[in-house]
Design a protein around this ligand. Structure first.
Ligand code: SF4
Length: 415
């Protein structure tokens, strides 16, 4: 996740003070942020769902006792944050017991929900539980969102959830996945964020996992992506200048760090060098390093987009052992610095701050874990490829739509 607001606030402060601020990030090693799909069951069947969730029980999901054991291991391993997700996590009867235990153990505890099950009573319960943050998915204005979510009335229910949570003082975020089906609604959603006093806007690019892979032919075109990011950066910049606490973050396309650096460079070139240093320290794609996933069956993955790639089960080995084990070739590559990414990424001037972007897209399109990310929207000149390199590397990897005839990688539905 790229914290656009954080970096633009630093640039705004540099403009005010005439000197770039010191980094406020603490040193020391900590475990990854863990996104935990506590259940795969969901009342919706969204078009881009990486979990291919549906509204039925999935046998073999972790029990409360198993979840508790895993949490103790995670805490001892230094995991600072748990994001409780699904499916729809509110369909899990013991969700609040799990959250309470997580909080007792000292985790920053967030909830990721589609919001449709949050009425006044549920909002009060969530507030009483004191979740640190609640992210609610909104993928467009009313008609678009309902089509995306495949449920008439979903938009109104999710918006109502945001209002109810806001009234209860819960920190909320709006989660939006940008595709060519809903890109036209992005400006309206930014306005909605302000109108509804939402604390955070999470702009996700489409990643090619689950239904997001099946629908990858509807991924946004590069030019549309760039225009959307221009608007996002400008909005976040104006907020930073005004001292607003609204947060804007992006995910699933680490080329955003390069694009942000270029955006600042075109406007305030004097701050490019310190911003670049800050972005290099951030390091780009965090799969397998700074972010981890545990699915509903207890299987560990490098992040939520890797459900087709199991690393091991917490029923058989503690998470801490699975996560530290570099015998797996994907995990070894993800933890290697620099990563063994090939193609144009290896010669890109932004490799140190992007990390070669998302390996899932590379694998789904080419079959090669370490090929260039075909979702990079920067052209050869922008990434600093010489004419010789551009010719040697030949054409970009095309973004082929999903085909059921081509080999596809299933994800497990039960133990
Ligand atoms: S070419 Fe690769 S390393 Fe460079 S910005 Fe694009 S995805 Fe990142």
């Amino acid at each position: 996740m790229l914290r656009i607001s954080q970096y633009l606030r630093e640039v705004a402060q540099a403009e005010r003070d005439g000197v770039y601020p010191q980094s406020r990030r603490g040193g020391g090693n900590s475990g990854p942020v863990v996104i935990w799909n506590l259940t795969r069951r969901c009342n919706l069947t969204c078009k881009h769902c990486y979990a291919l969730s549906a509204d039925h029980d999935y046998p073999g999901e972790l029990s409360f006792a198993e979840v508790e054991t895993v949490m103790q291991d995670l805490r001892a391993y230094g995991v600072p944050v748990l994001i409780l997700s699904g499916g729809e996590p509110l369909l899990r009867a013991d969700l609040f017991d799990i959250a309470a235990r997580a909080q007792t153990l000292g985790f920053y505890t967030a909830l990721s929900t589609n919001g449709t099950l949050i009425d006044a009573a549920m909002a009060a319960r969530i507030a009483a539980q004191q979740f640190d943050y609640v992210g609610i998915s909104i993928d467009g204005t009313r008609d678009t969102h309902d089509k995306f979510r495949r449920l008439p009335g979903a938009y109104d229910a999710s918006l109502q959830a945001i209002r109810l949570l806001h009234a209860q003082g819960v920190k909320t975020g709006l989660r939006y996945t940008f595709t060519d089906l809903n890109g036209q609604d992005f400006p309206a959603l930014l306005r909605l964020m302000k109108d509804e006093a939402v604390d955070k806007f999470y702009f996700s690019h489409l990643n090619y996992a689950g239904r997001g892979n099946i629908h990858r032919g509807r991924d946004a075109h590069f030019e549309a992506t760039r225009q959307a990011l221009d608007l996002l950066f400008e909005t976040a910049w104006q907020d930073a200048l005004a001292g607003s606490s609204r947060d804007y973050v992006t995910g699933n396309n680490d080329a955003d760090a390069a694009y942000l650096l270029r955006w600042v460079g075109e406007r305030l070139p004097q701050w490019v060098a310190p911003l670049r240093q800050r972005l290099v320290a951030w390091g780009g794609n965090a799969s397998g390093v700074g972010v981890a996933n545990i699915d509903n069956l207890g299987v560990v993955h490098p992040d939520t987009m890797w459900w087709h790639y199991p690393l091991g089960s917490v029923r058989e080995r503690p998470f801490s052992q699975i996560w530290s084990d570099r015998s797996d070739p994907l995990m070894d590559g993800l933890k290697t610095r620099p990563r063994p990414v090939q193609g144009r990424c290896a010669e890109c001037q932004y490799f140190a701050l992007c990390g070669g972007n998302t390996r899932v897209r590379a694998q789904q399109i080419t079959g090669d874990l370490w090929a260039e990310d075909p979702g990079c929207y920067l052209d050869d000149a922008e990434i600093g490829l010489s004419a010789e390199a551009a010719e040697r590397l030949s054409a970009r990897v095309p973004l082929r739509p999903f085909s059921h005839r081509a080999s596809s990688i299933p994800i497990r539905t039960e133990v």
